[in-house]
Ligand binder design. Structure first.
Ligand SMILES: [Zn+2]
Length: 341
């Protein structure tokens, strides 16, 4: 636990933050920090949001603590990613003694509701160490999915605090506009006009964005992350875990394999050899390794092939310079462009 996080927890525990004239604000507790960021952005000055997990740690495995239970005890809304990523949240909710945030009540939200999920298994099982039994849960790294998650949070805030529904809606729209501008560039949004973000997101979702822009003579007007990512077009990488499938699909990056044979199972020697062969065969230059996984296997493959290891973050605030969602995605794309040059 880093010292800043500890300080925040202590402050909350002492009750000072919630007690000093902030009683009227909604207390939102989230599992992961990107959800805290979204809830705070949508909730504005109506909400105090706090995340339970440290953004630098593995979100699949967080050990609930008494402090987490106490924070959650006073929550008006509990927000989790769901899809079995933050299963540990159940223990915190159970131990919180807070009836307002139990699953099935308005005070409990699975934020990824309605997000199209990839890698759905044919049967639900967490056997043999599989930590993605409900499909791939890392969906927030596609900015189009991030907008759906933000909508879910806004809708729920409006439900538990209807007096400020218009305020949440306004902040949601401004958040969506920011994501659209970061994704497609201001200029293109202005040219297309009303509902540009929705139109472009729909085209991108159906893998028809570039074709559509071409047909309208607008290809050169594309900006933002999508334009930046064109420099990655077709690049092949290996990743340690299946963390980046949503981002990769959005920016047309090809993740051709994972060091993990199955999500959650560290790669045995045989797997490392196989990946070394694949990296040589397909001339892969970069291996993505989340900051919370051991980099031993990636370093081994790099030492045998000359590929480079890129240490990556998946949560807002995992690095000082990525304290917003927009900075997190920018940093991922920029570091990929640099590494693949
Ligand atoms: Zn995972």
């Amino acid at each position: 636990m880093n010292s800043l996080f500890r300080l925040i927890l202590l402050t909350l525990l002492s009750g000072s933050l919630f007690a000093q004239g902030l009683q009227e604000r909604l207390k939102v507790v989230t599992t992961i920090n990107y959800l805290r960021y979204f809830a705070q952005e949508i909730g504005g000055n109506r909400v105090d949001a706090i995340a339970l997990a440290n953004p630098r740690q593995d979100p699949h495995y967080v050990t609930p603590t008494p402090t987490m239970n106490q924070i959650t005890n006073r929550a008006d809304l509990f927000v989790e990613n769901g899809l079995s990523l933050d299963l540990w949240a159940k223990n915190v909710i159970d131990a919180s003694g807070n009836p307002e945030i139990q699953p099935g009540t308005p005070g409990h939200l699975v934020a990824t509701l309605n997000v199209p999920i990839k890698e759905l298994p044919t049967e639900i099982s967490r056997s043999w160490g599989d930590i993605h039994p409900q499909g791939n849960p890392h969906c927030w790294l596609d900015p189009i999915n991030a907008k759906i998650i933000a909508e879910n949070i806004a809708e729920r805030l409006a439900k538990i605090d209807p007096a400020h529904a218009a305020y949440y809606q306004e902040r949601l729209e401004s958040f969506r506009d920011r994501i659209d501008a970061s994704l497609f560039g201001e200029e293109l949004l202005k040219i297309i006009g009303k509902k540009a973000g929705d139109i472009l997101s729909r085209k991108a979702r159906n893998n028809g964005l570039m074709e559509w822009l071409e047909s309208k003579g607008l290809s050169s007007r594309l900006g933002g992350w999508m334009a930046q990512a064109k420099r990655l077009d077709g690049a092949k990488v290996i990743s340690y875990h299946k963390t980046y499938v949503y981002l990769a699909d959005r920016i047309n990056l090809h993740i051709v394999g994972e060091l993990e044979e199955k999500p959650g199972i560290p790669p045995p020697a045989k797997r490392r050899y196989a990946i070394v062969e694949q990296v040589r065969r397909e001339q892969i230059k970069v291996i993505l390794n989340d900051n919370f996984y051991s980099r031993d296997a990636a370093d081994y493959v790099a030492s045998k092939t000359g590929a480079s290891v890129l240490i990556t973050h998946i949560d807002v605030g995992a690095a000082e310079e990525t304290d917003t969602y927009e900075k997190l995605i920018s940093s991922l794309i920029e570091s990929l462009v640099l590494a693949l040059k």
